[in-house]
Design a protein around this ligand. Structure first.
Ligand code: FMN
Length: 407
C-alpha cells in the first residue's frame, strides 16, 4: 500500500450521505478496460490491474463500463453482468480491488446506439437515429415500452449482483452519449410517450433505475450518477436540463454526482475542444459548471477531466468546491500516481501529446494509446509513453474485430 508523505487536503476522509466512508478525495475515474474474457467475465488480468490501483492509495476506484446486456456492449471486451454465472470471478476481482480498504464501485452502463459494429450489429436507442461517426455505427431500432422496462430491470439486476459480489457501491453511467444520455438528449430522443418530450419524461428512465435500485440495495449502499453538464451539441442536452435532473437526483438521495460532458460526436470529456485553453478560466474541464451546481444542490460532487496541477486540486478541496476529484489518464501516465503527485509540492501531470495527422481518427489514436497502457499495467509491464498512435489505432481496431466477431 502506498504511503503519502504530505498532509494534503486531498487525503481528508469523506463520509457519503449513505454513511459509507471514503478514505480520501482521490478517485480513479471509470476507464473501459476491454480485458474481459470469453464469457464477459472478470479474469486474472482485471484482478491484477485493480489490485495495483488499490495499492495506489486512491480512496475510490470506479470500474470501466460494465454492461447490463451481452447483446449491447460499448466494447467487445466489456464485463457483462446479466446473472450470477460470473459471480466467482467478480468476487475475486472485488477482493483484489478493495485490498487496501478503499472503495470499488461498478460503473453500470448500456451503450444504446453508441456501440460500434464490432461489438453490436443491432443496436437499440430511444429513437432510430444513427450516430454519425466514421461509419462504425449501425442504425439503431427505436425501443418499445417493453424494451425500456427490460433495460430498467437489467440495471437493477446488475446492481444487486454487483453488491453481492463485493463492489462497495455503484455508479449509473448517464453521461457521454450512452443509452441513458441518449434518453436525456432531445437530439436523440424523439419519443412521444412517457419517456420522451419534456425533460421530466426524458429523465424518467434514469429516475426509475435509481428508485428501483435503491429499493433493492438498501439505504446504506453508495449510489452515484455520472452526468453530462451538457452534450455540447446544438439542440442537445443542455445546462438547464442538467439542473432539472440534478434536482431530481437530490430528491432520490444519491451519494455522489460525477460531472462530465460530451458524447462520441463531441468528446469534450477527453479534450473539451469547444473551449480554447486561452479562454478557459480553470484548469479542469467542468469546474465552472460545478460552481453553478454547488449553489443549487447539497449532493456531494465529483468532477473528472483535466485536473493536472496539485496546487489547483488542493485549492478545490480546501475551498469546499468539490468533495472528490476524478482522475483517469493520470493513472496511465505514471505507475506511482497519485503518491508521486501528492508527495511533491508544485507537481504537475504532463499529458501524452499526439501528432496524428488524420484528425478524424485522432480520438481513436488517443483511446488506443491509453487502452494499450491499461493492458500493459494488467500484465505487470511498465507504461510505455513512446507507443505510436498509428499502432494504437491498428491494435485497438484489430482487437475489437477479433473479440467481437471471432471469439
Ligand atoms: C482509456 C479511457 C477509457 C475511458 N472509459 C470510460 C468509461 O468506461 N466510462 C466513463 O464514464 N468514462 C470513461 N473515460 C473518461 C474518463 O472517465 C474521464 O472522464 C476522462 O478521461 C477525463 O478525465 P482525465 O482528464 O483525468 O483523463 C475513459 C477515458 C479513457 C482515457
Amino acid at each position: 500500500m502506498t504511503t503519502f508523505q504530505r498532509n494534503s487536503p486531498l487525503l481528508k476522509p469523506f463520509i457519503l450521505p449513505c454513511g459509507s466512508k471514503l478514505n480520501n478525495r482521490i478517485a480513479k475515474a471509470a476507464m473501459t478496460e476491454r480485458l474481459a474474457g470469453k464469457n464477459y467475465f472478470s479474469n486474472k488480468n482485471l484482478c491484477n490491474l485493480y489490485g495495483k490501483w488499490s495499492d495506489s492509495g486512491a480512496g475510490l476506484l470506479i470500474s470501466g463500463n460494465i454492461m447490463v446486456d451481452k447483446k449491447h456492449k460499448e466494447s467487445s471486451g466489456n464485463i457483462v453482468i446479466e446473472d450470477e454465472s460470473g459471480l466467482n470471478q467478480l468476487t475475486k476481482l472485488t477482493k483484489e480491488a478493495t485490498r487496501n480498504g478503499n472503495h470499488f464501485w461498478a460503473q453500470i452502463s448500456h451503450p444504446g446506439r453508441q456501440a460500434t459494429i464490432f461489438s453490436t450489429l443491432n443496436p437499440i436507442a430511444p429513437s432510430a437515429i444513427k450516430l454519425k461517426k466514421l461509419m462504425l455505427f449501425a442504425k439503431p431500432k427505436a425501443m418499445t415500452s417493453l424494451e425500456i422496462q427490460d433495460v430498467i430491470d437489467r440495471y437493477v439486476t446488475t446492481s444487486v449482483i454487483c453488491k453481492k459480489a463485493g463492489f462497495t457501491g455503484i455508479q449509473i453511467h448517464a453521461a457521454h452519449g450512452y443509452l441513458i444520455s441518449q434518453f436525456l438528449s432531445p437530439n436523440t430522443n424523439k419519443r412521444d410517450d412517457n419517456y420522451g418530450g419534456s425533460i421530466e419524461n426524458r429523465s424518467r428512465i434514469l429516475m426509475e433505475i435509481i428508485t428501483k435500485t435503491r429499493e433493492q440495495v438498501g439505504p446504506n449502499f453508495p449510489i452515484s450518477v455520472k452526468l453530462n453538464s451538457a452534450d455540447f451539441q446544438r439542440g442537445g442536452f443542455n445546462e438547464e436540463d442538467a439542473f432539472y435532473v440534478i434536482d431530481q437526483l437530490e430528491k432520490s438521495k444519491i451519494d455522489l454526482l460525477e460531472i462530465s460532458g460530451g458524447t462520441y460526436e463531441n468528446i469534450v470529456f477527453l479534450t473539451k475542444r469547444s473551449e480554447k485553453n486561452s479562454t478557459r478560466k480553470r484548469e479542469a474541464f467542468f469546474m465552472e459548471f460545478a460552481e453553478r451546481v454547488r449553489i443549487k444542490t447539497n449532493i456531494p460532487l465529483m468532477v473528472t477531466g483535466g485536473f493536472r496541477t496539485l496546487d489547483f486540486c488542493e485549492k478545490v478541496i480546501e475551498n469546499n468546491e468539490l468533495e472528490v476529484i476524478g482522475f483517469a489518464r493520470p493513472f496511465l501516465l505514471d505507475e506511482s500516481f497519485p503518491s508521486s503527485f501528492i508527495n511533491k509540492i508544485g507537481s504537475k501531470i504532463e499529458d501524452a501529446s499526439f501528432n496524428f495527422p488524420i484528425k478524424k481518427i485522432e480520438d481513436m489514436a488517443e483511446g488506443g494509446f491509453y487502452d494499450y497502457q491499461i493492458h500493459r499495467i494488467s500484465k505487470n509491464k511498465k507504461i510505455k509513453k513512446s507507443y505510436s498512435p498509428y499502432l494504437a489505432v491498428l491494435r485497438l481496431t484489430v482487437s475489437e474485430i477479433y473479440k467481437g466477431w471471432f471469439r
